[in-house]
Ligand binder design. Structure first.
Ligand code: ARG
Length: 588
């Protein structure tokens, strides 16, 4: 038979089987899609939820069925034989509960161990995506909000990449706009000789920004020159362009330090890049009749929103929205991306809603969000201080990112030293572990919350080794690795020669959770929610703990199988860490 290959995604596999059963049950209904979900109750592992919906579709049409329950019975009876399924039952108004075959489960997990976790990657319809994330503004320092965007965006990009989507990781830095007039003018004033204006001389760019802003606000003559400078920069005068490039370069170096620490890859295409495309794009939109005049500005009206999207200001200048329209056009037409994802605070939601609506009206994006090309805004909430207010420090408006990372790392290192690791490990191992734990903890603490909710920042909670933290999970992973190491067995050999069984209830429960991996990642991607992966990872460690406390591994009759189950758990944990941008540790 022309059987499709097993995807490692249990839900998808069951959909294939139930699709046949549904077609055999109601021959006249052609557009019925199987509704399969993991069970929350104890009646089975998965359930098929089609009976009720089908019943309401067919009941007026002279069907032989007497209600949803018999429809469920018929679906069950029509299931083709499948080695996946151990048994089925029908409950309530026709839910078909499926108990998976534990042999099939075990075989699948072992197959993953041999062929690699990549075989469990979700299969998406999209080939190329843009993730627009981090995107700080030049001369203004990166702050905790940008940290959130960097961490969330990186995780989404990793999930897409794991799913074989080509991802353009875009840093849409704010490198264009009127603030450059005052920055350039201040630079000229401070360093009349351009050679002197280097990184060390300028120092903290944020401070430089503040001082030039003070000049701008207090001296009308300076203000006048700054406004002139914007015009001269935008008309491409070399001296102004060079000063601009110099300021950007200093900022870039600062940003890169953070990306390097976080091990985040990003490719900068700042706002300035799209500037030359704006007139053409506005032309195209105008030709389609989308652009109207309103109080001297050129705008696009959006249905259901009472303010229009301004795309040319009344002074003729372009703005954030003009740039975003040009960037969207470029990403769709030049870069041929099918899914464009923007990661910013929820405060920008209206802006993106309006830009996307305009693009739909222009026919750039599919009108229906379930098909491509599509754009998604990934909004996130605030980080609060322990006083419940937006996180700030005494010294600056926002907590400096680097300080935050330093502190996380230093605290982790102190704990490791307290545990005497400085005597066991080399200095390098100590550093690497402290960094993996510290930075991992900062990332996980952010990602584990639903991104839309505000969360309260706390070093103590973030670095707690008992709760739902990266510290706890990294330690759990390291412990599994040490169980395998200490067994003295060659795990690569066992993968090929040993065999995995799931006889004990706790082995089976752990195995079932492992098999949920692929569908969980798919769900996380569909809804753009990394916290779904965190929750899965945390539950995995709980299933493992239950298994490990009730099933002896080393020295038992089932040692080989149980070592393989340990290895499968560690493998899936590592992939979750990877998708969250966390570096695993192997010993602790
Ligand atoms: N620079 C903006 C900020 O700091 C974020 C840019 C997001 N991306 C975009 N295409 N608008 O708020």
């Amino acid at each position: 038979a022309n059987e499709e290959e097993n995807t490692g995604n249990v839900k998808r596999e069951l959909e294939k089987v139930f699709d046949l059963a549904l077609k055999a049950t109601v021959r006249n209904e052609t557009d019925v899609r199987p509704l399969i979900a993991a069970c929350t109750a104890k009646f089975g592992d998965y359930q098929c939820n089609n009976a009720m919906g089908l019943w309401s579709k067919i009941k007026g049409k002279g069907t032989e069925f007497k209600g949803p329950q018999p429809v469920g019975q018929a679906i069950m009876k029509n299931l083709p034989p499948s080695e996946m399924i151990e048994s089925c039952s029908v409950a309530g108004p026709g839910f078909v509960n499926v108990v998976l075959s534990k042999n099939w489960m075990a075989k699948n997990i072992q197959k993953m161990l041999v062929d690699g976790i990549e075989t469990w990657a979700p299969k998406l319809r999209v080939k190329k995506a843009v993730v627009d994330f981090s995107s700080p503004n030049i001369a203004k320092e990166m702050h905790v909000g940008h940290l959130r965007s960097t961490i969330i965006g990186d995780s989404l990009a990793r999930m897409l990449e794991f799913s074989n989507v080509e991802v353009l990781r875009r840093n849409h830095v704010g490198d264009w706009g009127t603030q450059f007039g005052m920055l350039i003018e201040y630079l000229f004033e401070k360093f009349p000789n351009s050679e002197d204006a280097n990184e060390t001389a300028i120092g903290e760019l944020q401070e430089f920004y503040r001082r030039s802003k003070n000049r701008f606000d207090s001296d009308p003559a300076f203000k006048e020159r700054a406004q002139q400078a914007v015009v001269r920069l935008q008309s491409g005068e070399p001296k102004y362009h060079e000063a601009w490039a110099q300021i950007c370069e200093i900022s870039r170096k600062e940003f890169d330090k953070v990306y390097k620490r976080l091990r985040v890859d990003l490719e900068e295409k700042g706002e300035s890049f799209y500037n030359p495309y704006i007139p053409g794009v506005i032309d195209e939109l105008s030709k389609q009749g989308l652009v109207e005049e309103s109080q001297g500005a050129r705008v696009i009206f959006i249905e259901g929103v009472n303010i229009p999207l301004i795309i040319v200001k009344s002074d003729g200048g372009f703005n954030y929205a003009s740039t975003d329209l040009a960037a969207l056009w470029y990403r769709l037409n030049e870069e041929k991306a099918e899914w464009i994802i923007y990661v910013t605070d929820v405060g920008q939601q209206l802006h993106f809603d309006m830009v996307f609506s305009a693009a739909k009206r222009a026919g750039w994006l599919s009108a229906d969000d379930s098909t491509y090309p599509k754009a998604s805004h990934v909004g996130f909430g605030l980080v609060l201080g322990e006083d419940g207010k937006r996180l700030r420090t005494r010294f600056s408006e926002v907590v400096r990112l680097v300080d935050l990372l330093d502190e996380a790392k230093n605290r982790s290192k102190a704990v490791l030293i307290e545990r005497g690791k400085d005597k066991e490990w080399t200095e390098e191992e100590l550093e690497q572990t402290a960094e993996a734990v510290g930075y991992g903890a900062a990332k996980y603490f952010d990602l584990k919350n639903n991104r839309l909710t505000n969360y309260t920042f706390s070093f103590d909670q973030m670095l707690n080794d008992k709760g739902n933290t990266a510290v706890y999970l990294l330690y759990a992973h390291a412990r599994i690795c040490s169980i395998i190491r200490k067994s003295g067995k060659d795990i690569e050999e066992l993968k090929k020669t040993g065999s995995l069984v799931l006889d004990h209830a706790d082995e089976r429960a752990l195995g079932l959770h492992l098999l949920h991996f692929s569908e969980v990642i798919e769900e996380a991607l569909t809804n753009l929610l990394p916290n779904v992966v965190c929750e899965y990872l945390y539950n995995l460690s709980e299933y493992f703990t239950r298994f490990y406390s009730n099933c002896q591994v080393v020295g038992s009759a089932e040692e080989t199988s149980r070592l393989l189950l340990c290895e499968a758990t560690a493998t899936v944990m590592r992939k979750c860490f990877h998708l969250l941008g966390i570096v695993p540790v192997y010993k602790i």
